[in-house]
Design a protein around this ligand. Structure first.
Ligand code: NAD
Length: 349
């Protein structure tokens, strides 16, 4: 059996906490990759895994990703992630959430939990009865926090503009063609802002009604889900799924820029290099999509008002520009440059 220390994603995790609560049936892995910059912050995922080892690997991979994302967003936060191992019908009880809250509390603030797949704001409210180390709670009118989607899409939009400026020398999206994958929260915000600036939008979603609704709003064209990755356009903006940039998909891309909010877009470690070798400018996902975590962190740390959050999100294109400049100077691909910048920031350079 492979030792967990040898998992590629283990990467010197500071803490991996395995919790079982027999009374409630809770089984959770809480992984804290780094607290170098502050408490390890990241969401809790509630998911059924056929193989529990896969849950551990997910927790490690996602926690390391949060270290990188938080560091590159300039936040005083480390990286962590929790994965609750659900049964095959995903039974989630208030008692289980309370036990999860107690498990987070036992880490005394080394890990701060938030929302992720399978976890709602109402679930987090239940968790917050047991621990104060929680963010992403419902907020009142005018308060910082709440839905991260609009903040993520604002950062992605600014990142697309920065990429277009670098790759195409254009100051505006006016007249450019954007191919957008997804028609959900992030994609919707990106499409609306881009359309307002005069971009032509093609978009797709497996939920056809959702795609039609967004297309009507932005005067865009709906294409089939399997067409979007090969569409001839100025920008491909992936805002739906991870692992879409496979070797095969990269070979078929028909755009000079890939910049979108989906997490973990590169399917395998060599894909950052593959996309670079095709002469396509790539915006590393965890840098461009940090608007949501910037907003959530300000809610938790209470260190910025709405204007402060906006100003921090507006640093995303600055960070991307640093990555692309270092990439141009060294010949290393942007994904690799971003990873090494993040490693330096968390003291592991
Ligand atoms: P969402 O659920 O609102 O939208 C995702 C959309 O993608 C859905 O409409 C879904 O039908 C569609 N979709 C799923 N599979 C598809 C496919 N094969 N082809 C086309 N469309 C498909 O989610 P969201 O909040 O907009 O997040 C989108 C992406 O951005 C995710 O990868 C998420 O992890 C990432 N992200 C989101 C945030 C945030 O603040 N919401 C922050 C960082 C990263």
């Amino acid at each position: 059996m492979q030792s967990p220390w040898e998992y590629p994603d283990f990467d010197d995790h500071e803490i991996v906490h395995f919790v079982t609560d027999r009374e409630t049936g809770l089984k959770v892995v809480i992984a804290v990759h780094s607290t170098h910059l502050g408490p390890g912050a990241g969401g809790v995922r509630f998911w059924h895994y056929a193989d529990p080892g896969e849950a551990v690997r997910d927790a490690l991979r996602l926690s390391r990703g949060m270290s990188f994302k938080n560091a590159m967003a300039g936040l005083p936060l480390g990286g962590g992630k929790a994965v609750i191992l659900a049964d095959d019908v995903r039974t989630k009880t208030p008692e289980m959430l309370a036990a999860y809250g107690r498990a987070v509390e036992r880490l005394c603030g080394a890990y701060v939990t938030a929302e992720d797949v399978g976890v709602t704001v109402a679930d987090l409210s239940a968790v917050s009865k047991q621990t104060k180390f929680v963010a992403g709670l419902p907020v009142g009118e005018g308060e910082v926090g709440g839905d991260p989607g609009p903040h993520t899409s604002y950062g992605v939009f600014l990142g697309i503009k920065a990429a277009v400026k670098r790759a195409l020398g254009k100051e505006s999206l006016n007249g450019l063609h954007l191919a957008i994958q997804g028609a959900g929260s992030v994609a919707g915000g990106v499409a609306r802002r881009a359309a307002e600036e005069g971009a032509r939008i093609s978009l797709t979603d497996i939920d056809r009604a959702r795609a039609d609704k967004l297309a009507a709003e932005v005067d865009g064209t709906v294409v089939a889900p399997d067409e979007i990755m090969t569409l001839a356009a100025d920008v491909l903006s992936p805002n739906a799924l991870g692992a879409i940039l496979t070797a095969e998909a990269i070979a078929a891309l028909n755009v000079p820029v890939v910049a979108g909010g989906a997490n973990n877009q590169l399917a395998a470690p060599g894909d950052g290099q593959r996309i670079h070798e095709r002469g396509i400018l790539y915006a590393p996902d965890y840098v461009i999509n940090a608007g949501g975590i910037i907003n959530v962190s300000s809610e938790y740390l209470r260190d910025a008002d709405a204007a402060g959050v906006k100003a921090r999100i507006e640093q995303i294109p600055v960070r991307l520009e640093q990555i692309w400049a270092e990439s141009a100077a060294t010949g290393r691909n942007p994904a690799e440059v971003a990873d090494s910048m993040a490693m330096r920031l968390i003291g592991r350079g």
